[in-house]
Design a protein around this ligand. Structure first.
Ligand code: SF4
Length: 147
């Protein structure tokens, strides 16, 4: 499955609460939020085209380290097939899946919602920024029961 990524963070201690996480940055986002934390990831042209299999292998090699895998951007929901493919891979592991999206909860496809452990939904609003989690107070945090 093809995916365009802007990059990775190999060992994040801030993207998934206190969990050690691998973060995948999707390339491309239409939202254009003022104060966007990753403006370099807004253009759809650019980034690195690769196969999701390479990402799965990278995660699997380091599975003893990772407690979570984070999908962020850019906008992961602009590449729904690749996102779903990676989420399905994670369902068979003991790693949590986290999704940061600029879309509201009711705009997230149900088949993706079902696969994610923690979702931070809604566009970043600079005028409502919290300095903590979530980044702005209009955002909704959805947790699968038990996470
Ligand atoms: S949704 Fe996220 S990546 Fe997209 S413009 Fe807003 S803050 Fe930036």
């Amino acid at each position: 499955m093809q995916i365009t990524v802007g990059g990775f963070t190999d060992l994040s201690t801030i993207d998934a609460g206190e969990l050690l996480a691998f973060s995948v940055f999707f390339q491309g986002c239409k939202k254009r939020c003022p104060g966007c934390h990753n403006p370099d990831l807004q253009p759809f042209a650019g980034g690195l085209k690769m196969d999701t299999q390479a990402i799965k292998e990278r995660i699997w090699r380091n599975r003893d380290w990772y407690e979570a895998v984070v999908f962020v951007g850019g906008e992961p929901l602009e590449q729904p097939e690749a996102l779903e493919d990676l989420l399905e891979f994670l369902r068979g592991t003991n790693m949590q899946s986290w999704l940061y999206t600029g879309y509201e909860p009711n705009e997230i496809p149900p088949q993706i919602k079902e696969l994610v452990d923690v979702i931070v939904a809604g566009p970043f609003r600079d005028d409502l920024k919290t300095g903590g989690f979530p980044a702005s107070s209009n955002q909704t945090v959805l947790r699968r029961q038990g996470n």
